[in-house]
Design a protein around this ligand. Structure first.
Ligand SMILES: Nc1ncnc2c1ncn2[C@@H]1O[C@H](COP(=O)(O)OP(=O)(O)OP(=O)(O)O)[C@@H](O)[C@H]1O
Ligand SMILES: [Mg+2]
Length: 343
């Protein structure tokens, strides 16, 4: 649906040339919700803007539905852009127009007949839950409501793709959740492919199927949300994952372990899918006469599958601990945690 092929973007200014996006390649399949995460300045906005050619790549190609956007005539590009909706962090609403008129803008621009505009806008406002706010002005709305207008406007011309540039970054956590739920409905009910960029890992965890992590213009890691969250590789990815998954020991726990002078009998255990419901720890505890102490971790859901990440201390005979770890390793992913080697 969207293919980035070795996309780079340089900006040249008075201080020389700056590369904002370096050699990025990945593919977004039809119907997916695909996330790109990175810190401020990573090049995310620049990258997403190449999809509808708001930004032309300096090199590489962007294909939308198999068409190289750079080769289109102005007229063809206008048509392709109609199939791509865009939602912004600061909503970009026209303050002097009512909610109704804001949503009608793309319809008027695409010369939709007057009699079709009224029911279409009404339908869109119902869909985003603002059926009763048609005559309000943007400054009479909350941030979440403004973003709903932004989403209704982006959907007006029935796009196939929705680009979201930090759509929830200006919103509080509850409102973020309701906007994410709305984007999920957009994806499921209309089969609209969504490319979302964000610096919030929670957004990726809650709605995306696939994710690419960007740093300094480059892709550093990419994969399904489940794989990336359960086995992050790059340091930056691990930090992002840790922000929402608590998969690293906090400093307070490490200090406590150091203070108590305990030996290093700490293991990280990953529970996935059906295994998350198995009482493995209590089984090995009984079988190998061990006590265990859960120091940190959580059990959560990733892409509708249970996923647990626990850091556990085993207390008992060395030999028994080894056997217990082997036993657990037959069914789950288990690895020793060395607290002296923090990453
Ligand atoms: N038009 C431009 N001219 C020069 N430099 C630019 C331009 N647009 C972006 N940049 C630079 O490119 C880099 C990437 O910017 P970009 O806006 O893509 O980052 P981002 O990941 O979206 O960041 P944020 O999370 O803050 O929105 C930044 O260092 C920025 O200053
Ligand atoms: Mg940005």
């Amino acid at each position: 649906m969207i293919t980035f092929e070795n996309v780079s973007k340089q900006f040249t200014g008075s201080e020389g040339t700056f590369t904002a996006v370096k050699d990025v390649s990945f593919e977004v399949q039809k119907g997916d919700i695909y996330g790109v995460i990175g810190f401020s300045g990573a090049g995310k906005s620049t990258l997403i803007r190449t999809v509808n050619l708001l930004e032309e790549p300096s090199s590489g190609k962007v294909y939308v539905n198999g068409r190289d956007m750079m080769t289109l005539s102005a007229d063809e590009l206008r048509k392709e852009r109609k199939k791509i909706g865009m939602v912004f962090q600061h909503f970009n609403l026209c303050e002097s127009k009512t909610v109704f008129e804001n949503v009608a803008i793309p319809l008027r621009l695409s010369k939709t007949s007057k009699k079709d505009i009224q029911p279409r806008v009404k339908e869109l406002l119902q869909f985003v839950g603002l059926g009763d706010k048609s005559d309000h002005y943007p400054d009479q709305l909350s941030g979440g409501q403004k973003q709903r207008v932004g989403i209704a406007r982006a959907l007006a011309t029935s796009p196939e793709i929705l680009l979201c540039d930090e759509a929830t970054s200006a919103l509080d956590p509850d409102t973020t959740q309701s906007i994410l739920d709305l984007l999920k409905r957009v994806n499921r009910e209309f089969n609209i492919t969504i490319l979302i960029i964000t610096h919030e890992m929670q957004v990726i965890r809650d709605i995306c199927d696939y994710v690419t992590v960007m740093e300094n213009g480059e892709m550093i890691e990419s994969g399904s949300v489940f794989d990336l969250f359960s086995r992050p590789k790059a340091k930056t990815t691990r930090n992002f994952v840790n922000a929402v998954m608590q998969d690293q020991l906090p400093a307070s726990v490490i200090n406590m372990i150091h203070k108590e002078g305990k030996s290093n009998r700490l293991y990280r255990i990953l529970f996935e899918g059906d295994e998350a419901g198995q009482p493995v720890l209590s089984q090995v505890s009984k079988q190998y006469h061990l006590d265990f102490n859960i120091l940190h971790g959580q059990i959560t859901e990733l892409q509708d599958q249970p996923f647990g990440n626990l850091i556990v201390e085993f207390i008992g005979e060395e030999n028994n601990i080894q056997q217990a770890v082997e036993h657990i390793g037959n069914r789950l992913t288990v690895s020793e945690v060395n607290i002296n080697e923090r990453d």
